[in-house]
Ligand binder design. Structure first.
Ligand code: NI
Length: 392
């Protein structure tokens, strides 16, 4: 099977690079992936898959029926959306959409999904069950996975595999991780209400700006003293609004931020922990407060057995030297975790860094580039892991 997959991948390579460049030059924002979805549906249909469009708003589902009798469905998820970034790479196939760029490699993910479908569609007599390809919209706003799930994309799915490019891993290599891969990402809003007054007479007012600064400082210090250092919590306030004039004491400050964590129990305790600190600081100085904590996507927790499946597929295909078991998770977020409420899954990192370049720009950077040789690595790894799924 591996030889068949590698031969087909080699033949398909020029077409896959063409597909990736087409997608790269026509990026679409989250929830607006109309052309991308139509393109994906076209490729899947011409490969003989059963295609359903408009799943999860602008998502596409393609199902490939193997000739075997196994009823366990394997899902393969790739995401399709781009970011509101003005590309500056100057590549021949640079974005033609002003202010929109595939700066997170979702063009590569979509291509890997399509390539895997194209290859496995030629090997159906060797497939014991069904593979369901989920082409998801709106990953960057962490909503697409929920939309797909609401439209039944995960019904009867036994397991799910995913992929994300990673520029700090060299092109042609694969990164895997057992357990936590990404963090839970929650939204935090704190409103502090004081009492306005003259800037010259602070004792007659309640200074919401000073109290807000105490809240921020106390939260950051309290993380280091009251959270288990082996269970990371990152709290970043990215927005602060308050005050009307230099000589008027502000009566209201709004703080907005993101809260990242890896352990479900730690996460569950965070809203009360934050509220308690805000309450203590505000009470000390006579301010009122409101804390709004909204849970976003959970942490991606890779399943042990499915990660083993990916590891053995990648090692057989490329040799151990091109497979890294990653020692650390990322505190980035990924809505692949939403699917994991419905079936176990594992997501691998596809190295796309250029070995010869001194700088590989990070994801979400206007100069982010991809070593396109990695596309074949991704396609073969995914297709081969899929083919081994029913025998594991
Ligand atoms: Ni991404």
């Amino acid at each position: 099977m591996l030889t068949d997959i590698k031969d087909l991948a080699t033949k398909l390579a020029p077409r896959l690079i063409e597909i990736r460049r087409h997608l790269h030059s026509h990026p679409e924002l989250s929830g607006q992936e109309y052309q991308t979805a139509a393109f994906v549906a076209g490729v899947l249909s011409s490969s003989g898959l059963h295609v359903q469009e408009g799943v999860g708003k602008t998502g596409v589902v393609g199902e490939l029926h193997g000739t075997g009798e196994n009823h366990r469905i394997l899902a393969i998820r790739t995401d399709m959306d781009a970011l509101p970034i003005q590309e500056r790479t100057g590549l021949d196939f640079t974005s033609r959409a002003s202010g929109i760029m595939h700066a997170c490699g979702h063009d590569v993910h979509t291509t890997v999904g399509l390539g895997t479908a194209m290859i496995l569609s030629q090997l159906t007599e060797q497939l014991p069950g069904k593979v369901r390809f989920l082409f998801q919209p709106a990953e960057e706003i962490a909503q697409g996975a929920s939309w797909m799930v609401q439209d039944g994309a995960m019904s009867d799915v036994a397991a799910i595999l995913g992929i994300h490019v990673f520029p700090s891993i060299p092109g042609g290599s694969v990164g895997l991780r057992y357990g936590a891969l990404t963090a839970a990402a929650d939204d935090l809003e704190i409103i502090i209400i004081g009492e306005s007054g003259h800037g010259a007479r602070p004792h007659e007012a309640v200074d919401a700006i000073w109290i807000a600064s105490q809240v921020i400082t106390t939260l950051q210090q309290a993380i280091s003293r009251t959270q288990n250092p082996l269970r990371p919590v990152v709290l970043s306030i990215g927005q602060i609004n308050g005050g009307r004039a230099p000589n008027v004491i502000a009566d209201k400050v709004e703080l907005k931020g993101t809260v990242r964590s890896l352990h479900p129990e730690t996460r569950a305790n965070l809203p009360a922990w934050i509220e308690n600190i805000v309450a203590n600081v505000c009470d000390s100085y006579g301010a009122k407060y409101q804390v709004n904590y909204r849970q976003g996507v959970p942490s991606v927790q890779n399943d042990y057995v499915l990660t083993q499946l990916l590891q053995s597929a990648a090692e057989e295909a490329w040799g151990c030297e091109r497979v890294q078991v990653l020692p650390e998770p990322s505190l980035g977020a990924e809505d692949f975790s939403v699917y994991l409420d419905y079936a176990p899954g594992s997501m691998f990192r596809l190295g796309v860094g250029f070995k010869e370049k001194a700088i590989n720009y990070p994801l979400h950077h206007p100069l982010f580039e991809v070593d396109e040789n990695a596309i074949i690595t991704g396609v073969v790894t995914m297709a081969y892991a899929a083919s081994k799924f029913w025998s594991m």
